[in-house]
Design a binder for this molecule. Sequence first.
Ligand code: AMP
Length: 294
Amino acid sequence: MRTVRTVAELRAELATSRRAGLTIGLVPTMGAFHEGHLSLMRRARTQCEVVVVSLFVNPAQFNDTADLERYPRDERHDAQLAADVGVDYLFAPSPAEVYPPGFATTVSVRGLTETLEGRHRGSRHFDGVTTVVTKLLNMVGPDVAYFGRKDAQQALVIGRLVRDLDMPVRIEVCPTVRDRDGLALSSRNAALRDADREAALSLSRALHAVQEAVAAGERDPDAARRRGWEELQTAEVEPDYLELVSADSLAPVQRIDGDVLAVVAGRVGATRLIDNTLIHVLPAAAASTGNGRP
Ligand code: AMP
């Protein structure tokens, strides 16, 4: 695996592969790799002839400087892990390479970014994400780019971005990787102390409780949500939100029907965590006529 630092070097490295018609896959990351990141890299490795992983802690998407400074960084260890799963290039540019003096452009997606994480972290967050992802896609020119469902809203926003701007890339969204106890893997989990880690479990427990309520026949989102709230309350976690929203539009649902995303975010100690789960309920009309999906 080669580590490259500049766009010019990256383009030069990829030019031959591109001319030879090889499939290029990109996994954008902010580093501090865990099995979630590695699952994306492995997926890229099975589907693409050339795998590029970008490692860039993007200052533009942090709404809080303390959070940016606290963000875990260990490039040497990351490089070892990426090499072990067979990544070809680790693209680790400096902030000045990505945002040179005079940088003045923002790529902004409306609608999907205005709720949930956008509402709680401010519009700067998703503007930072969509701007850097646009740049990374332009720098690498991949055929496929891999994102995790763990950040479900981000994945939807990126899907919207590439459709709206006719970007010639396929977006593949990969399943959330969890610890055995259910905690969704996150680079931020490293900051959790023992008691915090226990409390952090309440997020996945809350989603599970919502899912169980739906499985038992509950179709009222408020009632299902209350089951999740109880888990958070027991752990004394005050969520930023726990919502049931449409898996396509992220609009709150009036009734649990079709593909619904249960989403949760909250602060555990100093660490802000997010999680989600997709709930599929046979649409009411289809269920009654027997025409629903299995
Ligand atoms: P990050 O480094 O946190 O920006 O994440 C880089 C990519 O890895 C994003 O597409 C995330 O959605 C994805 N990712 C993060 N955590 C997980 C996880 N537990 N399972 C699957 N993908 C993940």
